[in-house]
Write a protein that binds this ligand. Structure first.
Ligand code: AMP
Ligand code: ZN
Length: 475
């Protein structure tokens, strides 16, 4: 029974989808004005793990991840996130490019990063700029129903018209009033109202005509429009990083529920931030690393995947190279384990069987408890050490090795590691290794040493183990 921590109710709840066997899931995607950093990756990886586990449990998951290519303003942590300049426009001006060029360039970077991290692609990646009509339709209805008002070509959502405002973040109007006051927009009735449509100044590049002005949408409305368009009025799961809780997701709930008259999202899930020396890793602070930075230091995207899966998504994680080094070692341990099993599985040995069912149950129990990946991994490490005991005294049967491999392949659908398994070793390298093995069996050690050197020159190491061998890339 899967339990997930719902930010809305502040507790772990049994997951029950709206439609049996099916899950609708919306993920707040990237604002495409800069390279993806590893903090962003932590959030996307969490959503990927959730989606993978739901699929593992047999659900058919429909996942939408939006591309924000308009409306996300630079002052997104100030008040309601509707002051400042458009992030993409600002970058375009700095780089003397069009906003479209900037957006497409960084959107491509985002897809490449997701692919390298083995994050499964969403069924659809809708772009905000392609859904302006849907946003206008929602704003019109909100005006009609008295949840919004217009002033000087701007349209604002009236937060006092939605009594549940603040339910997700705790920022109810009462709490907001006692907190710091936001700078008041002259056209707002209440400083906590947020923009649905903003009249564009003349020099503004990204703008569209609307019934109210030539302008552009507020940041929050895009996710309501795209979620409704692709997944319907009510969805099962909505995810993002914890900074999305307020104002972004709070605003999404208010405007979508007032528009449709229905509950918007059943389960709200948020990943805690990746930190750098205790501070949120972010583009605006510049305290960040990208995936290429990680690779330049000799780590692979899978090492980073291991680092993130080794901590629970709701625990803050301070990035350190030492922790990444440890993650690399742990991944290598799994890699070696799988290679050894592949060797034994090919032979015809009889021997003992570890209790697989027990490990499988424990791993599932951990994942069922709000996706406790570190605990699940610890059970995998126990399986590895149990199996090693049998391997070291040569008593693991080939059939068991095959069963453990099948078990690993199934559970790795959730972990999503790409290992340097035998299958990933190029055919030419496998052939040289086979020739070397034959030379060894024929006691032609001169030839076998030459072939070992050749493998090294080509970037591969070979280790002899029992009756077989392991090849691995030197990188
Ligand atoms: P952005 O491109 O800034 O809109 O962010 C894309 C996603 O990354 C959002 O879901 C953010 O909540 C998330 N995010 C941004 N910074 C971090 C961080 N330091 N740690 C974890 N998630 C983050
Ligand atoms: Zn969003």
């Amino acid at each position: 029974m899967l339990k997930l921590y719902n930010t809305l109710t502040k507790q772990k709840e049994v997951f029950e989808p709206l439609n049996p066997g099916k899950v609708s899931m919306y993920v707040c995607g990237p604002t495409v004005y800069d390279f993806v950093h590893i903090g962003n990756i932590r959030s996307y990886l969490f959503s990927d793990t959730l989606r993978r586990y739901l699929a593992y449990l047999g659900f058919e998951v429909k996942m939408i991840k939006n591309i924000t290519d308009v409306g996300h303003l630079t002052e997104d942590s100030q008040g309601q996130g509707d002051s400042g300049e458009d992030k993409i426009t600002r970058k375009a001006q700095a780089e003397k490019k069009t906003p479209e060029e900037i957006a497409r360039f960084f959107e491509k970077d985002f897809h490449q990063v997701e692919e390298k991290m083995n994050i499964l692609p969403a069924q659809y990646f809708p772009r905000a700029t392609a859904h302006i009509d849907q946003m206008i339709k929602i704003v019109e209805k909100l005006l009609e129903k008295g949840h919004a008002y217009k002033k000087n070509g701007n349209v604002f959502f009236d937060v006092t018209s939605f009594p549940d405002y603040g339910q997700l973040s705790g920022n109810t109007l009462e709490n907001l009033k006692v907190g710091a006051r936001v700078e008041e927009h002259p056209d707002k009735k209440n400083p906590w109202d947020f923009a649905l449509w903003i009249k564009a100044p003349k020099e503004h590049i990204l703008k569209w005509s609307s019934p109210w002005s030539i302008g552009y949408p507020g940041w929050h409305i895009e996710c309501s429009a795209m979620s409704t368009e692709y997944l319907g009025s009510t969805i099962d799961i909505h995810t993002g990083g914890e900074d999305n809780i307020f104002p972004h997701h709070e605003a999404e709930i208010a405007q979508t529920q007032c528009y449709s008259g229905q509950k918007f999202v059943h389960y709200w899930l948020h990943a805690r931030h990746l930190l750098m020396n205790g501070e949120k890793m972010s583009k605006s602070k510049g305290n960040l690393f990208t995936l290429p930075d990680i690779i330049k230091k000799g780590f692979s995207p899978m090492d980073l995947r291991m680092l993130f899966l080794s901590s629970h998504y709701r625990s803050p994680l301070d990035f350190s190279w030492e922790a990444l080094e440890q993650a690399k070692k742990n991944l290598q341990k799994i890699n070696d384990f799988v290679l050894e099993l592949e060797i034994v599985a090919k032979q015809k040995k009889s021997g003992q069987d570890p209790n697989l069912e027990n490990f499988g149950t424990e791993i599932e129990k951990a994942l069922n408890d709000d996706l406790n990946t570190p605990l699940a991994l610890s059970f995998l490490y126990s399986l590895i050490s149990e199996t090693h005991k049998l391997l070291s005294n040569n008593s693991l049967s080939s059939q068991s090795a095959q069963e453990i491999l099948s078990f690993w392949q199934k559970i790795n659908l959730v972990f999503g590691f790409i290992l340097q398994g035998q299958a990933q070793i190029p055919k030419e390298i496998q052939q040289i290794a086979e020739d070397r093995q034959k030379a060894r069996q024929q006691k032609d050690f001169q030839k076998s040493d030459q072939l070992r050197d050749l493998l090294e020159q080509k970037g591969f190491l070979i280790e002899d183990s029992g009756e077989g061998y392991k090849i691995r890339s030197k990188k």
